[in-house]
Design a protein around this ligand. Structure first.
Ligand code: SF4
Length: 215
């Protein structure tokens, strides 16, 4: 296994103040943006939420919306139809059970349609500042390549990372890993030759990628 301590240190050195790349200014906005970001780029989501958040300001605005109208406001978002329905249903539950507020617990968040552990952890970590590890495709890939974990199961990966990373560093390390996966340890053509984690990484393809770029 790669040395978790060293990996954490290097990640936080490279990304000292890591931030989520979805734009938001309150928990409701982050919840909506995160639901929209499933299989969609953050850039597209930010483009759409720019006007969406002006039109839908309160939980009630989504809860009272016709899903078909909301879908039209999600132009360019993948699976807009399904996501519009999930957001309307989720916000109806927020109005009925939580006085329109986004709850700050894993249990209450994952009761909402379209909200799994990953989305809940994004909201807990970045909107509420709670220690949280959201395992998305980047975290899954980076932690496996580094040798921190050997599993394709997001829940198992979350469990192992929670054990290996000190609790107070869960959120920043998680966000740093996402950035690292997005810009360096990319799915195709990872930039191993310029990776700060090269020495710690256990991926058996890393040398090949490093040489390929050098050549
Ligand atoms: S050396 Fe390559 S595979 Fe390993 S973490 Fe860095 S970019 Fe990813």
């Amino acid at each position: 296994m790669g040395d978790p301590k060293k990996i954490i240190e290097l990640l936080l050195e490279k990304y000292p103040k890591p931030k989520i790349e979805l734009n938001f200014s309150n928990p409701l906005q982050l919840l909506v943006a995160t639901i929209l970001s499933a299989q969609c780029t953050d850039r597209k989501v930010n483009e759409v939420t720019k006007s969406l958040f002006k039109k839908y300001r309160r939980t009630e605005d989504y809860a009272e919306a016709d899903p078909a109208t909301l879908e039209k406001d999600l132009k360019g978002i993948t699976f807009a139809n399904r996501k519009a329905e999930q957001i309307v249903k989720a916000c109806r539950i927020l109005v009925e059970k939580h006085r329109g507020q986004v709850p700050d617990s894993m249990e209450a968040l994952t009761e909402l349609p379209g909200v799994g552990r990953k989305t809940a952890n994004v909201v807990l970590g970045s909107a509420f500042g709670r220690p949280a590890i959201a395992v998305d495709t980047h975290v899954l890939r980076v932690s496996n390549r580094l040798g921190l974990v050997e599993s394709k199961d997001p829940e198992r990966v979350e469990e192992v990372l929670m054990r290996e990373i000190p609790r107070e560093k869960w959120t920043p390390v998680n966000l740093a890993m996402i950035l690292h996966g997005r810009y360096t340890c990319k799915a195709k053509n990872p930039l191993c030759e310029e990776c700060i984690l090269y020495e710690e990484c256990e991926w058996d393809e890393k040398e090949r990628y490093r040489q390929r770029r050098k050549g």
